[in-house]
Design a protein. Structure first.
Length: 131
């Protein structure tokens, strides 16, 4: 099992095409994408298609509205001008969370096995000791 988290890239120019990103819009740009994905957009999440000429093209999977509601974007390619962007975050593998999750699963599994072994009636192999 693996866990992922969103973090700001070291530089926005370092985000490769195809990366999974969340692009948060400035509040005054909330209606700038109305023709593509509707009004009152706070964030677009999806795959970065291109970064060219001051515009990010994101194949949107989810659009979050200012009221917090999430809508599916239907894989629409959303064009976002750099001036409208508040922040960009890239989805990355999270080593610490993955290790904690794996450790937790192992601990639970061992606990269940231990509990099952202690309730199975002992471990003498079924021999009653009589001949």
């Amino acid at each position: 099992m693996a866990c992922f988290s969103y973090r700001a890239p070291e530089s926005e120019a370092a985000v490769p095409s195809g990366a999974v990103v969340r692009v948060r819009l400035r509040a005054d740009a909330a209606d700038s994408l109305a023709l593509e994905v509707g009004p009152r957009v706070a964030m677009v999440a999806g795959h970065l298609v291109a970064d060219s000429g001051g515009v990010l093209a994101v194949r949107g999977e989810t659009v979050t509205r200012l009221d917090g509601a999430d809508d599916l974007a239907g894989s629409t390619v959303v064009h976002i001008k750099r001036g409208f962007i508040r922040s960009i975050e890239q989805r990355r593998f999270d080593v610490v969370r993955s290790a904690l999750l794996t450790g937790g699963i192992v601990a639970v599994t061992l606990g269940v096995r231990s509990a099952a072994g202690s309730t199975s009636g002992g471990g003498n192999g079924g021999s009653s000791g009589q001949k």
